[in-house]
Write a new protein. Structure first.
Length: 120
C-alpha cells in the first residue's frame, strides 16, 4: 500500500467510486456510463459483471459493501438505493427517508472495527 509494485487492474470504465472487499480481496465499482456493477480480484484476474443494469442503472455513483451485499446509488431514479448480493443473485431497491433533498451520490458503510487486510 506504499505505492510500489503498482499495476493497472482494469481500463475503459467510468467509475465514480470504488469499494474494496477485504475478505475476498476484490475491487468493486459501478460504471457510470453502462450502469453495470463490476468487480475484479486485486491480483488482476477474475473480472466479472455482478449486475448488468443497462440503461436503467446509468448514472451510477456511490458504491459500498456491507453484509454480503453491494450497495450503489444512482441519479435516476432519485431517492433509491440499489443492492445486490456479491454473487449477483438477488437485487433489491431500498427507499431513502422521506423529506431528504438533492441527489445522493455517495454512500459508505462503516464497520465496527477495522478489517484485516491480506494483500499479497
Amino acid at each position: 500500500m506504499d505505492g510500489s509494485n503498482r499495476q493497472v487492474l482494469v481500463t475503459r470504465v467510468d467509475a465514480m467510486s470504488l469499494a474494496l472487499d477485504y475478505e475476498a480481496n476484490d475491487l468493486y465499482w459501478a460504471d457510470h456510463k453502462t450502469g453495470n456493477i463490476e468487480c475484479i480480484s486485486l491480483n488482476g484476474g477474475g473480472k466479472r459483471i455482478v449486475s448488468a443494469q443497462g440503461s436503467a442503472g446509468k448514472h451510477s455513483y456511490g458504491i459500498s459493501l456491507s453484509g454480503g451485499r453491494v450497495y450503489w446509488t444512482s441519479l435516476h431514479p432519485t431517492n433509491i438505493l440499489n443492492s445486490i448480493t456479491k454473487s449477483g443473485s438477488t437485487m433489491k431497491q431500498h427507499s431513502l427517508p422521506a423529506g431528504r433533498s438533492g441527489d445522493l451520490k455517495g454512500i459508505v458503510f462503516v464497520p465496527e472495527q477495522c478489517p484485516k487486510c491480506t494483500f499479497n
